[in-house]
Design a protein around this ligand. Structure first.
Ligand code: DGY
Length: 321
């Protein structure tokens, strides 16, 4: 008999094919479920495993309602700020995530944000949709050169390091800050600032790659935006909760920031429509991992974690030990 699995969000077709082959699953292609539906489905099907994503807040009250026959809850994401890991551990519910497989795509997207923000892509690409009549002019379409700039990175984890590697190809000076200095071979030539605030005045471009959660909530606020030099560019492909969005909008409106590139928002899927009205903001809908290759790899890694636990082994990427 195949193990029973519930998938709480739509997933890529190739991952659904593998689920069909290896699991007994009522919706192998996934269905968008809230917490109550997840609990009901797990209970009704007597499921062995749950595959979730970051859309599902997996808080203590939900974890407490997971039926005992569920042997693993595996999130198909690298981020874990939607999960109360302490509650899962207290409950003894094995959980896993998908580190590594989305590093390169998210770093690519970060550079997409940097380049599009620096070159004012929102404004200038819109001209082509609207009808470009004026022709080439030396005094027009001027953004900022990304090449050779000083890039500050908050959080030199896997994704931050992949961004630092790309930055070298753009002739950038790279600075970073985080809870501790990394071994030199992981710094990729970046210079460490123990004090995040002390780094900010040196950044032409600031890119966030820290995890979300209480420790980093609102780390970019009116005070820290003011520490960036006038004309700086700000990008965020990490978590919206890192940013006080009112402060960011004020800094963009006043011209203190030249531009921003944003892939994540504080209250997703809601986002502040004032961003959409600002011509100097380049927006994407939380799609750092959004390539066929990476989304498949995330799905397969999630299934590998589930298979490991169902065969009596620990998860490959445990959230707690
Ligand atoms: C991740 O994997 O953490 C992505 O941001 C989606 O939640």
């Amino acid at each position: 008999m195949k193990p029973r699995l519930i998938v709480s969000r739509q997933i890529p077709p190739a991952v659904a094919d593998r689920i069909r082959a290896e699991f007994d699953c009522p919706f192998p292609e996934g269905q968008d479920m809230d917490a109550d539906t997840v609990i009901r489905m797990l209970t009704e099907t007597r499921a062995d495993a749950l595959m979730l994503t970051s859309h599902l807040p997996f808080r203590a009250e939900t974890i407490a309602r997971i039926p005992d026959h569920v042997r693993i809850a595996a999130t198909c994401s690298v981020g874990t700020d939607h999960i109360d890991i302490a509650a899962a551990k207290a409950r003894g519910l094995p959980m896993s995530n998908t580190p590594d497989v989305l590093t390169e795509c998210t770093a690519d997207l970060t550079f997409m944000l940097i380049l599009n923000a620096c070159r004012r892509a929102t404004e200038y690409a819109a001209i082509m949709r609207d009808g470009w009549r004026h022709g080439y002019g030396l005094g027009e379409m001027m953004g900022l050169r990304a090449w050779g700039k000083t890039l500050g990175i908050l959080g030199l984890g896997r994704i931050g390091q992949a961004v630092a590697q790309r930055a070298r190809g753009f002739g950038m000076t790279v600075l970073y800050s985080g809870p501790r200095r990394l071994p030199v071979d992981q710094e990729h030539g970046a210079t460490y600032f123990a004090d995040f605030r002390a780094m900010l005045p040196h950044c032409d471009i600031l890119s966030l790659h820290a995890p979300g959660g209480a420790a980093t909530a609102g780390i970019m606020n009116a005070e820290t935006f003011a520490l960036l030099p006038k004309g700086a560019v700000f990008v965020n492909a990490a978590r919206g909760g890192l940013v006080d969005e009112d402060a960011l909008i004020a800094a963009l409106q006043s011209g203190h920031l030249f531009a921003a590139g944003l892939d994540v928002f504080r209250n997703e899927p809601e986002y502040d429509l004032r961003f959409a009205a600002l011509p100097n903001v380049f927006l994407t809908p939380h799609m750092g991992s959004g390539t066929v290759e990476t989304r498949n790899a995330m799905g397969f890694r999630t299934l590998d974690n589930i298979a490991a636990v169902l065969s009596g082994k620990p998860p490959l990427d445990p959230l707690w030990t």
